[in-house]
Design a protein around this ligand. Sequence first.
Ligand SMILES: NC(=O)c1ccc[n+]([C@@H]2O[C@H](COP(=O)([O-])OP(=O)(O)OC[C@H]3O[C@@H](n4cnc5c(N)ncnc54)[C@H](O)[C@@H]3O)[C@@H](O)[C@H]2O)c1
Length: 267
Amino acid sequence: MNSQQLFDLSGRVAIVTGAAKGIGMGIAQNLASAGCSVAIADLDSTEAEKVANEILSKGDQAIAVSTDVSDETSVENLCSQTMSSFGHIDILVNNAAVYPMSPISEMTMDLWDHVLNVNLRGAFLMIRQLAPEIVKAGSKGRIINISSINTGKSYVGMPHYDSSKGGLEALTRSCALEYAEHGVTANVIAPGAVKTPGSMTVRGNLAKERGDPTTAEVDAEFASRIPLGDWATPDMIGQATTLLATPAASYITGQTIYVDGGLKLTI
Ligand SMILES: NC(=O)c1ccc[n+]([C@@H]2O[C@H](COP(=O)([O-])OP(=O)(O)OC[C@H]3O[C@@H](n4cnc5c(N)ncnc54)[C@H](O)[C@@H]3O)[C@@H](O)[C@H]2O)c1
């Protein structure tokens, strides 16, 4: 394979969950520009349509599919809509997640179940539904799960989230073993700190606690702890995810790749 072929995803079909905004959008845009046809799967169908239209306007291929990853029927529908639009599926990126904060002492079971249902059950439902299609496509496809630097550390207020991401990493290893015989790899991308609509809520709450009118101080303080000096953009996480999807990464499986500007080295 020449170097161009090693990084070419032309003709591949990818599904990205939670791709209407934030990191998922960055992943979908990067996969599309590397040649993939992409299904933008998100609860927020209005924003998902906008992302799909923007990709189409650049001459790449995309569809938006209204999806709740925690719902079995919705996941089945996502699979059949992607198959009828593109004919096969090669790459699955489980990115959709929620992260409302609550300490253990105040956790309701509804909140615990919601976070585990979206972040872990959702990824499992997606893998169970889509892995057989990825195997059938015969292209030695990819399963890429978006976890977090949180699995290597913790914060008060994130026990449900941290548990879901720890579970996701264990699920990824199991998946890597089960599908290895088909040449399908499964890996984790673990971002550090990324400016997104979801993290804006958390950053906004932290700023409010300090009495700051904006998140500027919280953001700068956090950036100063990152060895590479700044927060990641969703695009950077998209680039790393796309790299794992290319033929160049065909022998990497069962791994967690930290895309965190070196932050994990400091904890
Ligand atoms: N932002 C960060 O700093 C950061 C750091 C580490 C890991 N992550 C991980 O990156 C991923 C994306 O995070 P983000 O910050 O971009 O989040 P975000 O909140 O900005 O976007 C998440 C997207 O997921 C969608 N979504 C939520 N529930 C869904 C469901 N049930 N079904 C389908 N779609 C659903 C939302 O509509 C939204 O479009 C998550 O897995 C998160 O845990 C983020």
